[in-house]
Design a protein around this ligand. Structure first.
Ligand code: NAD
Ligand code: ZN
Length: 340
């Protein structure tokens, strides 16, 4: 599959885990995290210089970028070198940013190892790190030169990270592809190989969106944020110690659809249908107790620098279709959060 972008195009190639590092540019430098190196290093031998950072969001920082840039320089990386991001979304975002800035930009290849990274973060060219003032506050559009997807890596993923990716997959079904969503209303999974066609479909859907609205100016790429406005508010209100990102997005998708129903944008019963599917897949569908609706709305307004009384939301018009709505009254959001 080819993805076109503002500087050219890149190929997304499916391969086996053993093949992930085959025929690599001689002059490449691999960035990964300690979990991926420990779990998959033996089966996917990397015959290139490799740097494993500590796992987790805290590695998306200026300090780690500086350490990686120093490592590249000390190891002799040149303008013609390639950075390989081997890991989850954290590694893709971090190594991508390093590639974007090292010597004013060098090539990079993504080898995603989490479901979320395969279906979401490795496609679309957004890279970045966090600062004390906010998540993804420093970043760039720096598309990879290639993405290699081996679903075999998913074999070792823990349940929390499965769920994170699963919420995003269900989201693609809800915003763009009813048949994809419907699979999750029945299906239980047996092996990671079952996931290959699903991963492929999600990447194809993301490709369609990012090719048409690469810089998020037309309201189309914004539909990928379905579930995320309320999801992010829940993550922030619980100081990132409550529901995981995927769980918060799952809850956000249900509440945002209740809001769409309330506003008459989508048929009633849609939110309950989503909640049932999420329950079958082991994902939560209602907010944890004790959250104050007023403070959730305040967080959303802060996030979006929204005008006082109205908020923008990507909302379903039916299962399989989503639109960006600019002027949702604050009171309607509040009433949905308060009364369901
Ligand atoms: N650039 C984008 O468009 C975009 C889109 C969505 C999310 N993101 C970013 O992605 C990040 C989240 O990604 P994530 O959920 O993949 O997080 P992650 O990279 O932290 O991975 C989650 C955990 O899984 C471990 N792991 C990775 N691969 C594994 C494997 N095969 N087996 C077992 N464990 C494995 C990691 O060590 C980590 O502990 C966030 O920083 C988010 O901002 C970026
Ligand atoms: Zn997300």
């Amino acid at each position: 599959m080819i993805v076109r972008h503002y500087r050219g195009s890149y190929e997304i190639e499916f391969c086996l885990t053993e093949g992930a590092f085959k025929e690599f540019p001689a002059d490449s430098f691999v960035i990964t995290d300690e979990n991926v190196a420990r779990l998959h290093g033996p089966a996917a031998p990397v015959s290139r210089p490799i740097f494993a950072v500590a796992p987790g969001e805290q590695s998306k920082s200026f300090q780690v970028v500086e350490r990686l840039v120093d490592w590249l320089a000390e190891s002799g990386a040149s303008r013609n070198s390639t950075v390989v991001a081997w890991g989850g979304g954290v590694i893709g975002d971090l190594a991508g940013l390093v590639a974007a800035v090292y010597m004013r930009g060098i090539e990079f290849v993504q080898i995603p190892t989490t479901l979320l990274a395969m279906v979401d973060s490795s496609v679309g060219g957004k890279v970045g790190i966090d600062t004390g003032k906010g998540k993804n506050l420093v970043g760039a559009f720096w598309p990879p030169s290639q993405v290699r997807v081996a679903v075999g890596f998913l074999d070792t993923l823990d349940p929390r990270d499965w769920k994170s990716g699963m919420a995003e997959v269900i989201k693609y079904g809800l915003i763009m592809d009813e048949a994809l969503f419907a699979q999750f209303e029945e299906m239980e999974w047996t092996s990671v190989e079952d996931w290959r066609p699903i991963v492929e479909r999600c990447i194809e859907l993301k490709r369609q969106v990012v090719e048409q609205d690469e810089f998020e100016t037309l309201g189309l790429r914004a539909t990928l944020n379905f579930g995320h406005t309320i999801g992010h508010a829940i993550e922030a209100a619980t100081n990132y110690a409550g529901p995981s990102h995927g769980e918060a997005v799952a809850i956000g998708m249900v509440i945002e659809t209740r809001l769409a129903e309330r506003l008459g944008f989508c048929p009633s019963g849609t939110a309950s249908r989503i909640a049932e599917c999420l329950a079958l897949q082991g994902l939560p569908y209602s907010a944890p107790p004790g959250l104050n609706p007023e403070s959730l709305v305040e967080i959303m307004q802060r996030d979006k620098k929204a005008t006082e009384r109205r908020l923008a939301f990507s909302l379903l018009t039916r299962v399989g279709e989503c639109k960006l709505f600019g002027g949702v009254p604050r009171e309607e959001v509040l009433a949905t959060l308060t009364n369901g």
